[in-house]
Design a protein around this ligand. Structure first.
Ligand code: NAD
Length: 507
């Protein structure tokens, strides 16, 4: 136990401990990875107070956007310099395969933080609008100002990345933030805080509080001094966050669950679509909100596609996530494993056939891991629970359709609307389908590719607002209109001053 690392919380630029601790265990083996300080309502309040005081002092919001960009870039560079270590930590923390952890969970985090640094440089914090001519001549100035203290509540599946999606725009826009990771995966967020601390982010601008969601998370959602809450997690908890945020009318963004429809047209490149379908539902062992978990197959290709899918799935390696040869790792916890197994049984009871179920690892070292093998259920209909509810595991349900209109109708017949995909060699046809899908993202001949320059988020019960994209900072700013009357002799001078100030784009 002595060489098990211990992590403290990060509040007001200091590492803080508590008498109670959390344990982080590796999902593949059950081994203890680290102990972590366990916060509560008091520590959440201390973190918010630190963030409020840093905001009010002006230490960050009055810093020039170009300097904020420099520090965000430096944090990203610091993460990049330790990306191997972070990748391993991510694997031990949440069971992501080392390939996925390197490319997505850590790689995207660094790239996306760099994008937010670039946003700090180019965002229009202050600009002049059209001249106002009635009733008197005036100049209009539009300012976009930081909202103040933000909180970010993050789930366990992509902890570092989803923290960056909140910290990046919040800090680029001049806010301060309190982040709360899931109890099971606090380590990479605390490493993010370390990286920020090392490059000189002022104290209180970023705080990380660890502890139970219903205690620390709930406090950060309701706290009267928090002006904006960004939440990623389940739809049910997200609704509670929105209710809590209503008390002081916080701005809210919610990234919630999904049940992505993956439509394979009769003219698709079948081998490409087979690989994409497996990637679409198996990244993070299916514990990804944007997974393609409902496979919609055209009648005419159904049998051949399932045959190729099963053949390809049987080549996948399920096992030690640190082994680069591994394709599919464990689930996060015993609770999640039981939940997924329950859904597989529910699918069978409803009449689905198990067309494929892989093997779970047999090596003794992995005996205490939370394993569910990739499972393909055929014969599903869209009214079954396995087709309507988010399973959050390596389970694919296959549904047949007769034509494009029916595929769109089935895809849209869902409470969720986060992601969807279309496989076709006819781009016009694929685009026509994409335009009709109720979904925040549609991939054509691909899956999981998220680009920081484009928005990510859901419709219906998949969420509210967008993270990433050119408007991400809008969610972290308040607009202010400044009216400068020019109906005087000084008008020309007044206008020149307004234009010059806006050109300086002062935060
Ligand atoms: P969860 O809702 O249980 O937990 C998410 C976070 O909320 C955790 O940090 C947790 O500690 C905290 N939390 C728990 N109870 C809380 C409360 N009462 N008040 C405030 N915070 C609370 O979700 P999970 O099971 O950890 O994550 C899986 C879910 O996240 C899935 O539904 C998945 O689809 C969703 N997700 C969505 C996206 C997206 O971008 N749309 C991305 C990843 C995950």
């Amino acid at each position: 136990m002595t060489d098990i690392p211990h992590y403290s919380m990060y509040i007001d630029g200091r590492w803080c401990d508590t008498s109670r601790t959390l344990e982080v265990r590796h999902p593949a083996t059950g081994e203890l990875v680290a102990t972590v300080a366990q916060g509560d309502v008091t520590t959440a309040d201390e973190a918010v107070a630190a963030a409020k005081s840093a905001h009010e002092s002006g230490v960050w919001r009055m810093t020039a956007p170009s300097e904020r960009a420099r520090i965000l870039d430096a944090i990203a560079d610091n993460l990049a310099a330790r990306s191997e270590e972070l990748t391993a930590l991510q694997v031990y923390e949440n069971g992501a395969t080392v390939r996925a952890a390197g490319a997505f969970l850590v790689g995207y985090s660094i790239a996306h933080l760099k994008y937010f640094a670039s946003q700090a440089r180019s965002y229009a914090f202050e600009e002049t609008g059209p001249l106002i001519e009635e009733p008197t001549l005036a100049a209009g100035v539009l300012r976009r100002e930081p909202v103040g203290v933000c909180s970010g509540i993050v789930p366990w599946n992509f902890p570092l990345l989803l923290a960056v999606w909140k910290l990046g725009p919040a800090l680029a826009a001049g806010n301060t933030i309190v982040l709360k990771p899931d109890d099971q995966t606090p380590l990479t967020l605390l490493e993010l805080a370390r990286a920020a601390h090392e490059v000189g982010l002022p104290a209180g601008v970023l705080n990380v509080v660890t502890g139970p969601g219903p205690v620390v998370g709930a406090r950060l959602a309701e706290h009267p001094d928090v002006r904006k809450v960004a939440f990623t997690g389940s739809t049910e908890v997200g609704k509670g966050v929105m209710r809590a945020a209503a008390d002081n009318l916080k701005k809210v963004t919610l990234e919630l669950g999904g049940k992505g429809a993956n439509i394979v047209c009769d003219d698709a490149d079948l081998d490409l679509a087979v690989d994409g379908t497996l990637f679409g539902f198996l990244l993070m062992s299916g514990q990804a909100c944007e997974s393609g978990t409902r496979l919609l197959l055209h009648d005419s290709i159904h049998d051949e596609f399932v045959r190729r899918l099963v053949a390809r799935a049987s080549t996948l390696v399920v096992g030690d996530p640190m082994d680069p040869a591994t394709d599919v790792g464990p689930l996060i916890s015993a609770v999640q494993k039981a939940r997924v197994e329950k859904y597989i049984a529910l699918g069978q009871e409803a009449g689905c056939k198990i067309a494929f179920q892989g093997a779970t690892p047999t090596v003794p070292r992995l005996a205490d891991g939370h394993w569910v093998a990739p499972t393909i259920l055929t014969g599903a209909t869209n009214d079954m629970r396995v087709a309507r509810e988010e399973i959050f595991g390596p389970v694919l349900v296959v549904i047949k359709y007769a034509d494009d209109a029916e595929a769109v109708a089935i895809a849209n017949d869902s409470d969720y609307g986060l992601s969807a995909g279309v496989w076709s060699t006819d781009t016009q046809r694929a685009l026509a389908i994409a335009r009709q899908l109720d979904s925040g993202t549609v991939w054509i001949n691909d899956w999981h590719m998220v680009n920081a320059a484009y928005p990510f988020g859901g419709v219906k019960q998949s969420g509210l607002g967008r993270e990433l994209g050119p408007h991400a900072l809008d969610e972290y700013t308040e607009q202010k209109f400044v009216h400068v009357d020019m109906g005087t002799d000084h008008s020309k001078r007044a206008y020149a001053i307004v234009v010059a100030a806006a050109a300086a784009n002062t935060a």
